[in-house]
Design a protein around this ligand. Structure first.
Ligand SMILES: Cc1ncc(COP(=O)(O)O)c(C=O)c1O
Length: 507
């Protein structure tokens, strides 16, 4: 047994008087590490607290506190004052486990190993967002008008809930969702979207993102083929990829997803993921003929159709097309809706409507991934809908977004002629602008972001196909008219340089 009193590697002990960490804690950490890495072997006698204090120029109290802590945790044994030894009984597993952890933390060969599934999760892109520009900067897509949200009403309902919270709102809720909210959603969807469902078929989830994840878990096996729109929504595609689905990119034209092309490419796909009301990102509406063709294909092959109805509330002209779910006679459609656009994204609340015979499986899966959405928030949303605020808010936002869209189109006509072709759209919260042929939209987006305008390139949403012309997405819902005018003016100056540079390169 080594028993020498200068056993502590004093030179390696670093104690910083300027640190916010107490001195005794720093000394304790140093000694603990020396024990765990074997620098101080079991049985080693530590110098007296007086010697350590003198050597490190610390107060004796500081050293005593560090020793007491090591003693309390079993790293050393003996009696402070009469000789302190590194514990013999220090379990080997502790030493090897700790040493192992320390070794693994060192980035010796890049990242630590994760499972194959973990690798997929870690490397699958979720968003094609351009890097965020700080502040309220146009033209991010997908964000509603937070400046026009009725916070006073929201606050009243929230305060009422929290003043005397009902017990059942604070416990573990029903994984399928809070019953009054499911009833409110079913009634709303029936009236506004011609969705045919009973409240039992509504499952409350943490947004569309979780819904797609659940769809993949419940309906797909690894390697199953899935039609996805090309260009299409990256976050949904990410969830499907991470579930090891084989994505089949199906082209989109002015009538929406090309169903016969899908059938040619992969007739026996298990599922089709579509955004019929307002295709993301191109903004087209799936025609009635294509809807019927899609349902007919699903019925013939036994495939599922996932209908992402993310912003259907915002239609400004023409007759709103009812949800495809309402046309489905065979229970092949899984309908997805979200409160991210009509309320706000950080609420993380959405819903799915599943066929009756799928309710049990989806509810069980929902329980497995997080149990349920926060029950008190569900109750707040249920009251917000039930008291008429939801319908009023949607009506107000529909008018506001129509104005904001008009502001973008008018400003674009003034500032972007020959640079970005921006036409009015019948629905949604963003516009698609087309660049002149030959101009790289990714480069244009990078240039815009660098100069403080957020706009995503259309090509970022491509899987296989690329349109002849590049484009930029202009989200407008979240910005007032002044911000829109200023954003378009800035974008004009940026695109003038980009287009000029691109032509110079081509000539
Ligand atoms: C196509 C599409 N679906 C759904 C959503 C909503 O996703 P979530 O409900 O997860 O916020 C968005 C939001 O940007 C979207 O663009």
């Amino acid at each position: 047994m080594a028993k020498h009193s200068n056993s502590i590697p004093f030179a390696a002990v670093s104690v910083d008087g300027d640190s916010k960490v107490p001195l005794y804690r720093q000394l304790y950490e140093n000694l603990r590490q020396a024990i765990l890495t074997g620098q101080l072997a079991p049985g080693t006698r530590l110098p007296s607290t007086r010697e350590v204090a003198a050597e490190l120029q610390l107060s004796r109290n500081t050293v005593m506190n560090a020793f007491e802590q090591l003693l309390a945790e079993g790293y050393v044994e003996g009696h402070v004052g009469s000789g302190t030894f590194v514990s013999q009984a220090l379990p080997d597993e502790l030493l090897t486990a700790r040493a192992g952890v320390r070794r693994a933390f060192r980035p010796r060969r890049g990242r630590r190993s994760v499972s194959r599934r973990g690798e997929l999760l870690a490397t699958t892109p979720v968003r094609a967002c351009c890097p965020a520009v700080g502040g309220v900067v146009p033209f991010r897509t997908g964000t509603p008008a937070l400046d026009a949200f009725p916070f006073d009403v929201w606050h009243k309902i929230t305060a009422r809930h929290w003043r005397r919270p009902q017990r059942d709102l604070l416990g573990y809720g029903d994984p399928a969702g809070h019953r009054p909210l499911r009833e409110a959603i079913a009634a709303y969807l029936g009236a506004a979207r011609a969705v045919r469902c009973r409240p039992e078929q509504v499952i409350v989830v943490a947004g569309t993102q979780q819904a797609v994840d659940l769809v993949a878990r419940v309906l797909l096996d690894p390697g199953d083929s899935v039609w996805v729109e090309d260009y299409g929504y990256l976050a949904a595609r990410g969830a499907l990829t991470a579930a090891e689905a084989r994505l089949v990119p199906v082209p989109v034209d002015e009538e929406g997803i090309d169903v016969s092309a899908g059938a040619r490419l992969c007739a026996d796909a298990r599922l089709a993921y579509v955004s019929p009301s307002h295709q993301y990102p191109l903004g087209v509406t799936l025609s009635l003929g294509r809807r019927l063709a899609l349902l007919e294909w699903a019925s013939r092959t036994g495939a599922w159709v996932v209908e992402d109805d993310y912003d259907s509330e915002f239609r400004y002209s023409g007759r709103p097309l009812a949800a495809m779910q309402g046309l489905d006679e065979e229970g092949r459609v899984i309908y997805l809706g979200t409160f991210s656009k009509v309320l706000f994204p950080s609420l993380r609340m959405g819903y799915m409507v599943v066929p009756e015979d799928m309710v049990e499986a989806f509810t069980a899966a929902r329980a497995l991934v997080g149990w349920c959405s926060p029950v008190i928030d569900q109750s707040i949303v249920a009251d917000f809908i039930g008291e008429g605020h939801f319908a009023r808010h949607i009506r107000r936002m529909r008018a506001l977004y129509a104005e904001r869209q008009r502001a973008v189109v008018a400003a674009a006509r003034r500032e972007l002629a020959g640079l970005l072709e921006v036409g009015a759209a019948a629905a949604g919260m963003h516009l698609t602008g087309w660049l002149p042929e030959g101009v790289d939209d990714a480069a244009a987006s990078r240039a815009a972001v660098a100069r403080g305008v957020q706009t995503q390139p259309l090509s970022a949403f491509a899987l296989e196909r690329h349109y002849r012309r590049g484009g930029l997405l202009l989200g407008y819902a979240a910005y007032n008219e002044r911000e829109i005018r200023e954003g378009v003016r800035k974008l004009g100056a940026i695109l003038r340089d980009v287009v000029r540079g691109s032509r110079r390169k081509a000539s």
